[in-house]
Every structure is written in C-alpha cells, then in structure tokens.
Design a protein around this ligand. Structure first.
Ligand SMILES: [Zn+2]
Length: 491
C-alpha cells in the first residue's frame, strides 16, 4: 500500500502541479481570477458594459472507432477571431475549414456581425495512439476517454467568464461537465481543466446517493465483476464521502471505471474538477471486492470533489485533506480496521515532518511533503479542534462549513478563505494559526508525544497498540469515527 500510494501520488502530484502551473488567472477553473484583477475587471465592466459574449459547441462522434470528433464552434457577441487547441498536443490531429496561422490559431469565419464560427475535427484515436494517456486521450477496449481540453478548441483572443454551452449531437457520449437543460456548461477559463468525456461503448448506471446523482460509466474491456457490483462499490464510497460532509459534495458526479486486461487491483485514479467533477479510476480486469475495499484511490478522488481548488498555493492543504480523511472515511464505512489506519499514520505521518518543521508546506521538495506534510497538518488541526471544543467539534465540522458556503472542487478559493471559513465553525482559530506556523516556514512539533497522548504505538513485534487509558484516547475515537467522545476532553 505504501509503495502504491507513493507511486500513484507521484502522478496525482504531477497533475495538480500541471494544473497549478497552467492555472494563471485566464486559464484557471471558475473563479480563479486574481482578486485585484477581478475587481479591476468588474469596475471596467461597470463603465463600458461590453456586449455579452457566449460560445456554443456542437459535438458529434461516431459510436465506434475510429473516434474522429466533429465540432461546430460558434461565438457571438464578442471579438473572437479564431480558435486554438486548448491542449497543444492535439494540434497535429485537428483539421479545420479555417486556416491555421503561425501561432496555431484556426481563423474563424465571420458569418454575421459579431458571430464567429469554426467547423473542425479532432482525431482522438490519433491522439490516443501517440499519447495513450488519460490527460490527452486513451483507448480502453472499444471505448475512448478524453478530457474536454482535447476536443474543445478555445476561443481566441481569450477572455475570462465567457459562458460556453456544449451539446452532444450524437449518442454514446458521457460527460462529467455540469449539465444545464439540454447543454453542458462551463466558462472559458475552465476549458484547460474541464473534466472527462467518454466515447464509444460504455456500460452505465445512474446511482442516487444521498439525493445526488452519480453517473457511472464503465469503459469497454474484460472485467471479473458485473456492473452492479462495481456500482455498489462506487455508491458505497460516495455515500461514505457524503456522510462525512453531511451533504453530497456535488449534485452530479461522473465516475469512469477503466478496466485493464490481465491485471489485479485498483491501479490509478484522477479527478478533474471543472465544470463538474469527473473521476477516473483505472482498475485491473481481475479486481475483486477485497481489493476494491482495501484501496484508497476511489475514496481519495471522490473526497476531492467536496473541497475547493487552489491556485498557486495550498496544494498541501488540498492533498493533505484527502490523504488524511480517506482512511478515516474507509474506517467509518467498515472497510478499514482502526489498527490498520493507525499503522498507516504511524508509518507515514513522519514523512510530513520535513515540510512541517523545516521547509514549510508551501515549499515542497518531494511528494511526501505535499501529501503527508498536508496530512500531518490535518491531523494536528483535527486534534486541536477536538481539544478546544471539549471533543464536540473536529476539522470535519470546518470542512462542512466550507462546502456549505459553496466551496466544492469546481470553485477556486484563496487558501486564507478556506482556512477562515473552516475556523468559523470550530469556535476558535485552529487552522489559521497552524498554517501561519507551518505554511511558509518550518516550526517545531513533537509527533511522538502526540501519538503517545493519543495512545497509539507499535509494540516490539510491530503490532499496533491502541491504549484506551491514554489522555487523548477519547479524541482518537472521535477522529476515527466522528462521534463526540463519551467523556469531556480536557484541553
Ligand atoms: Zn489527491
């Protein structure tokens, strides 16, 4: 598990690194605009009231390979002169009736005053043959998976907050984009991180979890388990996450399961947040229930949907929350023994010490700084929240407050706001002072003493001991199961 987490974390970290580096104000998910720039734009808008610009994309694709996707893009009310590949790697696979200029922009036809149109196609099978990664396009059996950035060209010149409507004119397409009426919607700066779409044969299930919709799409390929059993796994995981947040993290989530022939277990996962959450989990053909419930990836990715996204900061908080809470949620689901959970924390929380005590969480030197540095931050914050509230409240109460204020993964928040809104529900500042101590520089902390107070230790044989007479044993119980401890906790 350790190795798997390490190797998978590499890819997850890389993704968010990529996402952050590309997420300049004009390229980031919804709301990802530098505050000063947003204020300036609002002031300018108030004076000049530019014409309302909107863009509509109509997407058609064959039900079977080869998946050459045809798109008609039309923008009205603005100054769009052309369209350019959102993902540069697809450029060789785009054909269009508009000539591509030296900058790679396909010139749009001016079909009426203020109306720019381009008809183009993208050979997603060609992209999949060259890249074979879900960041661009990847075939699974007779089906294909791609993010929207691989087939939606972005309007040029770029503007923020332009509403985009996407309509799929052919069947056999599943998309995680946010649905409104007959269209899927996003705003222009979300194009680069817009979520996944599937093409070709998939097996689908509609799952109602806590009043929210989970659209399950199982890509083509041999698999040991029937769809209904996989659907139960996904629904139970989503229910665990919804129970944690006391509400669904999103009204609609696309979960794509992608089987790989000949392999066992859960292999890889990723969530793209805009404009709705889309989770992809790659699993082996032979994946069976014990492996599914023992694995961390699905719950980790579903959890991300319930917290805000951050740009150029806070990656450690984003990943730390998911790293810390995934095992706790699986314990609450009955999928993870408490002793195994503490074994994982005893082994891995020390991997966060360098970031917390020396480098500062915002200055990671290796992947564990982000994941376990952030996880250790969350453990300390959770314990402190229990201490100051006499055991009544935990960090989870703060996170519920953030989600209640609209802070889901499709929204980009300043880190300071996420910490302050969480603290507001805890009755005392917990996260803000802890981040002030550890985000930009290291500060000392005594992790062995904390584990001792919680009553968690390894014995001489390497087994985990849980001591119910330890001073913070009631807190330990509350951390794992979320219920108030039976006895008041002395700060
Ligand atoms: Zn993650």
């Amino acid at each position: 598990m350790l190795e798997r987490r390490r190797s998978s974390s590499f890819v997850l970290f890389w993704f968010w690194g990529f996402c952050t580096s590309c997420a300049t104000p004009s390229h980031a998910p919804r709301g990802a605009v530098a505050p000063g720039r947003a204020a300036a734009r609002r002031a300018a808008d108030a004076k000049s009231a530019p014409p309302a610009e909107t863009c509509d994309y109509t997407v058609s694709a064959p039900r079977e390979a080869p998946f050459v996707v045809s798109v008609q893009a039309r923008c009205t009310g603005g100054s769009v002169a052309g369209f350019t590949p959102t993902e540069p790697k697809i450029a060789p696979f785009v054909k269009s009736d508009g000539a591509a200029g030296p900058s790679g922009v396909f010139a749009a036809a001016r079909v009426a005053p203020g109306v720019a149109e381009l008809t183009y196609s993208v050979d997603l099978d060609g992209v999949a043959r060259r890249e074979n990664e879900i960041d661009y396009a990847r075939r699974f059996g007779r089906s294909l998976l791609a993010p929207a950035s691989s087939f939606l060209l972005r309007p040029d010149p770029e503007r923020d907050d332009v509403p985009i409507h996407v309509r799929f004119a052919s069947g056999g397409i599943e998309s995680g984009l946010r649905r409104e009426g007959d269209a899927f919607v996003l705003v222009s700066q979300e194009l680069r991180v817009a979520t996944y779409t599937t093409f070709g044969p998939v097996t689908t299930r509609d799952l109602d979890v806590a009043g929210a919709s989970v659209r399950l799409a199982i890509l083509d390929g041999a698999r040991a388990l029937p769809p209904d059993e996989l659907a139960r796994w996904v629904a139970d995981a989503e229910r665990g996450v919804s129970d944690f947040f006391e509400r669904p993290p999103s009204p609609r989530t696309l979960v794509v399961l992608a089987p790989i022939p000949g392999l066992h277990g859960v292999l890889f996962g990723k969530m793209l947040p805009a404009s709705g959450p889309g989770v992809v989990v790659i699993l082996g053909e032979h994946a069976a229930p014990p492996e599914l419930h023992d694995d961390w990836i699905l719950v980790h990715e579903l959890f991300h949907a319930g917290t805000p996204s951050f740009v150029d900061e806070g990656k450690w908080y984003d990943e730390g929350l998911a790293t810390y809470y995934e095992p706790l949620i699986r314990a609450r689901l009955g999928w993870y023994r408490e002793a195994d959970l503490w074994r994982e924390f005893l082994r891995n929380m020390p991997r966060g010490l360098a970031a917390m005590t020396r480098r500062g969480l915002e200055h990671p030197a290796e992947f564990s700084d982000t994941y376990w540095g952030g996880g250790l931050f969350c453990l300390l914050a959770d314990v402190e929240a229990r201490r100051v509230s006499g055991g009544r409240l935990g960090l989870e109460n703060g996170l519920r407050n953030v989600l209640g204020h609209g802070g889901d993964a499709s929204q980009v928040w300043p880190l300071a706001r996420a910490l302050e809104v969480a603290d507001a529900a805890l009755g005392a500042p917990v996260l803000v002072p802890l981040a002030a101590a550890h985000a930009n520089a290291g500060a000392p902390l005594d992790l062995p003493a904390l584990f001792r107070e919680l009553g968690v230790s390894f014995d001489a044989s390497g087994n985990v001991n849980l001591d119910d007479t330890a001073p913070l044993a009631p807190v330990r119980h509350a951390l794992v199961y979320g219920s108030p401890p039976s006895a008041p906790v002395t700060p």
